[in-house]
Design a protein around this ligand. Structure first.
Ligand code: SF4
Length: 369
């Protein structure tokens, strides 16, 4: 796989109470952000080989005007090299997708849309502070098909107290009725610096219990795999191998990626660096000709190996057995894991099962305590 390019658009029309991503519910800083982004892109010109994926995420990229999106895309295509068959994704909010906007996305070269649906139940959407309705999401999905998008992803979230397992299954079935190429299903996490996180601290809302989380996870996997989807990463399902997110797979396989924009992360060979979060700080650094980098690290061989193991145990492709060769008692540990139904060993690789996905964060520690 060739390297991937990620652009962080830190703007949303409103802030959802569960969201911990860096985004501002305002458009006033968009012009200086775009100016900064263009400068930052120039700093990395020639440092990465040709890209074969571009992912515009956020925030809400479809909140940007035609002029801003066109200016950004033109700059990226002018200064970076992309393979002809590149996967070019934009994250979209259903209520932004008018006919004109979708037509514009196609004209700008996007060939994949990741739609933030979250739920097909209006009561759940209201609790999540989403600004779209279930009907708007359905119309957006239908419209994307009408305008020729044949690679569409649907993002869904479960775990709200107001939600029931039945409603979640209805949401999954509604998503399936549109035959999306990709479905992501995330458990709601109550992050500290969010409105929901505060409500949890005040004892007003609770996260899913471990038992319920397990039940939602396994039900999700069952419903989607029975409909023919591949459960190829803990939270991600694809209609077939070709429909897996090319861009996101790079994050899990140590393929180089460049992230531009506030809070974006990058990885090249064994170096990782990440940008400042604040748009103003980001622009101020670039105004002085400096990279807006907040921190960086260089991974040792040991760290690379451990990280590859941890990442590999989160994807269906699994990880080469060589990654545990130096682990103390690797054979015994592996046998125990197999007996517990957490992994399978096939063709020299350790492959996590659904049960293994559930405890993926703990698996590497079993090999390297
Ligand atoms: S969840 Fe999406 S739309 Fe909501 S605030 Fe976060 S980035 Fe914006």
């Amino acid at each position: 796989m060739l390297p991937g390019l990620y652009i962080h658009v830190p703007f949303c029309r409103s802030k959802c109470p569960y969201c911990a991503f860096y985004s501002i519910p305002s458009s006033s800083l968009i012009p200086i952000w775009l100016d900064g982004l263009k400068k930052e892109a120039l700093l990395y010109k020639g440092q990465f080989d040709r890209f074969d994926s571009l992912y515009i995420g956020g925030g809400t990229p479809t909140f940007l005007s035609r002029r801003t999106l066109a200016g950004m895309m033109e700059h990226l295509f002018t200064h970076f090299d992309f393979a002809p068959d590149s996967e070019i994704t934009i994250e979209a909010n259903p209520c932004d997708l008018s006919d004109d906007k979708i037509r514009m996305l196609r004209e700008l070269g996007f060939n994949r849309v990741s739609l933030g649906v979250q739920s097909f139940d209006d009561a759940v959407l209201r609790c999540m502070g989403r600004r779209h309705t279930a009907e708007e999401a359905k119309k957006a999905l239908a419209r994307l098909r009408l305008f020729g998008f044949d690679n569409v992803g649907v993002d869904l979230i479960y775990g709200l107290e107001e939600q029931s397992l039945k409603e979640w299954i209805d949401t999954l079935n509604c998503a399936l009725s549109f035959h999306p190429e990709h479905i992501s299903c995330y458990e709601l996490t109550l992050e500290k610096k969010t409105v929901f996180g505060r409500l949890q601290q005040e004892g007003k809302i609770q996260p899913l219990s471990e038992e319920d989380g397990r039940s939602y996870f396994l039900t999700t996997s069952q419903v989607l795999t029975e409909s023919g989807y591949i459960h190829y990463e803990i939270s991600n399902f694809a209609r077939n191998h070709a429909c897996r997110s090319r861009h996101n797979r790079k994050y899990w396989q140590h393929v180089p990626y460049l992230g531009l924009g506030p809070s974006a992360h990058s990885f090249l060979q064994r170096d990782r660096w990440w940008n400042v979060r604040s748009v103003r700080e980001y622009c101020a650094a670039l105004g002085k000709g400096l990279p807006p980098v907040k921190g960086r690290e260089t991974l040792t061989d040991e760290q690379l190996r451990l990280e590859s193991l941890a990442l590999g145990l989160r994807i269906r492709e699994g990880v080469d057995l060589r990654h545990i060769a130096s682990a103390p008692q690797s054979g015994t540990t592996l046998s125990r894991m197999e007996a517990a139904g957490l992994v399978k060993v096939m063709d020299g690789r350790i492959i996590p099962t659904e049960e293994g996905f559930l405890v993926a964060d703990h698996l590497p520690v079993c090999f390297f305590p």
